[in-house]
Design a protein around this ligand. Sequence first.
Ligand code: ATP
Length: 516
Amino acid sequence: MAQASDDKLKKIVSHAKEYGFVFPSSEIYDGLSATYDYGQLGASLKNNIKSYWWKAMVQMNENIVGIDAAIFMHPKTWKASGHVDAFNDPLIDNKDSKKRYRADVLLEEHMEKIRQKIKKEVTKAAKRFGGSFEEAMFIQTNPRVVKYNEQIKMIEDRMRTYLENSDLVALKQLIEELGIVCPISGSKNWTDVRQFNLMFSTELGSVADDSSKIYLRPETAQGIFVNYLNVQKTGRMKLPFGIAQIGKAFRNEIIARQFIFRMREFEQMEMQFFVKPGTELEWYENWKSKRIAWHKALGFSDDKYRFHDHIKLAHYANAAADIEFDFPMGFKELEGIHSRTDFDLSAHEELSGKKLQYFDPETNESYVPYVVETSIGLDRMFLAVMSEAYDEETLEDNSQRVVLRIPAFLAPIKAAVLPLTKKDGLPDKAREIINGLKFDYDLQYDEKDSIGKRYRRQDAIGTPFCITVDHQTLEDNTVTIRHRDSMEQERVAIDTLHSLLQEKVSLTSVLKQLEA
Ligand code: ATP
């Protein structure tokens, strides 16, 4: 199983490179670890994902507006937010493999293994009992499953306590007690657990002293908080309202592996929703369901997603959950939804000495709003789409094709226009079709190689439609249109192409589905 998933990730990495989606950064110098560049098709897919998020969040919601704040911020920002003092990961090294791990991730993975054992027991029992099987009852009463669940609870409780108290010694003891081994070396030869700050710093201006030290933002959220009042006043926003932003964030991740899942420079799509204190948990639930609906509208199977409620709440949160996606490496965080209370605005008020309050015209009171945040990594979303879309298919004639089943509205190229031959005026006709459609759709022209090979090339980059121009086209202005997923072909009139594409590849229908 682990082997197969590893293989799948490797295949995606090499496919992404081969077809111009993602390249290792500065590859001619052998790359820079955990840094990647998006190629011609990757940039386009990324833009389409951004557009889906921005439209769903900003354009579709009257009370959400978008901003674009600077990456550099006043250093006090990060003092107020807690990042200078508390943006640490508890790290532990394996002395044999020399690999570094996050202590909490090792424990989480250990618990996941126990959960898998429970799942196996349930599947086995379901088979044995057939129709009369009652899963809930089985989980409550089967001694082995009960024991597993008790183990998970024990680990969760102890981990939470130790993390909350920053008790690094106890954290190490727990890892040792559970006999957790390094996945690479298989050994239990661990160092002590240490804290490591994840922010990158640099100097502003030419003189390097302490007062000029600034940070590359580790999250985009603070750019929203410091602008909260600017936006509220100039936009005449009334609570509840949201501010959205897409932008780069930087973290000196220690364990930067798994392709674009964990990078040192990455992009976030964040929205801070400002609400009346006391209503935040209602809004938190509301955003949880809105965000999962946004993911599910992509059409991937529902069992690819699950919520994970946080055990250890971040210093600013009173409720938090992750939307986890079943990546090739297993279920991992894709998006966080956090009820951040008034932590950030209050901290900025205190450190800046500026009031960041909202005057509520209904109650004639002023207060610091509470905040519910939705925060998704664009690169992780990209990886989720790529890993779900990637498919190797054996066809009826036993030949193989690699097809990226990217949801059509996200596909980098919406249609390829292919003249059957390079002669007889077919290329000119194909160009004419492109000229009619290119204002609204990303298209590709390809006349090289056999039509079969050209179809394969388009399958491999996820193009939903291939439009083929043949001799009949010159006579009756019809073309064949081939569907990527079913490989079915139909003959349609050229003047229906625009509306056909509109119906099949537009973001509008997906946004309408979200409204429904
Ligand atoms: P993790 O626990 O995986 O490190 P996190 O809880 O620190 O993530 P948040 O601070 O909640 O992450 O950031 C919000 C989102 O930003 C995450 O859900 C993830 O999609 C994305 N993200 C965070 N760190 C990275 C990274 N190093 N590379 C790519 N995306 C990231």
